[in-house]
Design a protein around this ligand. Structure first.
Ligand SMILES: NC(=O)c1ccc[n+]([C@@H]2O[C@H](COP(=O)([O-])OP(=O)(O)OC[C@H]3O[C@@H](n4cnc5c(N)ncnc54)[C@H](O)[C@@H]3O)[C@@H](O)[C@H]2O)c1
Length: 262
């Protein structure tokens, strides 16, 4: 466990405090040790949120939690009994939950003929059952909140087929439809939306963007002619977590530079 305890010290600068868009909101973020989850945590902390950060990577999570003065807790989202304990712990530490962002995920790109059944099982477990476990455990707290939000990070792979992604695409399409169904079941008190990122420069896609040739080719495929940055996704997550999106639920928003609409 990595924890700075419930005495949350937010990094909100004094001058920003009055305009903080998440002041008083208590948000749990999974996959917070890296990439999009970490950037969402940074943006939300700057907007005055009280954060509970989860990740299976304890060392990296500890660094992010210390940086943000947030409550961090090591957790494998596929381990249902651990999730139940950890989510309750987080809610106790930050005084409840107004929102959840499920960013933890894994990617294995393998042609179907070579796809190991264990890899299929693991992608479904982390990418779909993980958010299910987290939200089941968080639900009593979200129901007790005034107006709660759920943001699930899927992928353009939920929207369009790509080679070698049978397992990943199936998991992300399932996550997106899960989220739409959640929006119906949990409204009006809780809104639930999905973000579908295109290629975003994180650890997960390092194999691609570190190679200039692959990177250029990937950028050339999209209307905006660049790969995505974690900030692009974090800003979308902020939109779905504030009243700016107060009449929006059950949607899936591509943040992909114009990759999936064609
Ligand atoms: N990077 C992209 O181009 C891209 C595109 C579309 C969708 N996504 C999705 O965005 C989300 C964030 O990915 P990222 O690019 O920031 O990747 P990342 O690898 O930088 O971060 C993913 C984080 O999830 C954590 N994680 C993995 N398995 C876990 C588990 N069982 N329990 C708890 N934490 C676990 C990892 O430790 C890591 O910190 C993922 O769901 C991913 O599938 C990424």
């Amino acid at each position: 466990m990595t924890s700075n305890g419930p005495g949350i010290k937010q990094v909100t600068r004094e001058g920003d405090r009055m305009n903080a868009r998440l002041a008083g909101r208590r948000i749990l973020i999974t996959g917070a040790a890296s990439g999009m989850g970490r950037e969402i945590a940074r943006l939300f902390a700057g907007e005055g949120a009280q954060l509970g950060l989860l990740d299976v990577n304890e060392a990296s999570l500890s660094a992010v939690s210390s940086e943000l003065g947030a409550f961090g807790h090591a957790c494998d989202v596929t381990d249902r009994s651990q999730v139940n304990l950890v989510v309750a712990d987080v809610a106790r530490a930050i005084g409840g939950l107004d929102g959840v962002v499920n960013a933890a995920g894994i990617l294995d790109i393998v042609p179907f003929a070579d796809l190991d059944p264990a890899s299929w099982d693991r992608m479904l477990a982390v990418n779909v059952t993980g958010p299910f476990n987290i939200l089941k455990a968080a639900l009593p707290f979200l129901l007790a909140a005034e107006a709660a939000t759920i943001v699930n990070i899927a992928s353009v792979s939920a929207l369009m087929p790509m080679p070698g992604t049978t397992g990943y695409s199936a998991s992300k399409a399932a996550l997106s439809m899960f989220t739409k169904s959640l929006a119906l079941d949990l409204g009006p008190g809780i809104r639930a939306n999905t973000i579908c990122p295109g290629v975003i420069k994180t650890q997960m896609t390092r194999y691609l963007w570190e190679n200039p040739e692959h990177s250029d080719r990937a950028a050339d495929r999209v209307a905006l002619k660049r790969l995505g940055e974690v900030q692009d996704v974090a800003r979308a997550a902020l939109f779905f977590t504030t009243e700016d999106s107060g009449f929006t639920t059950g949607t899936q928003l591509p943040v992909d530079g114009g990759f999936s609409w064609r």
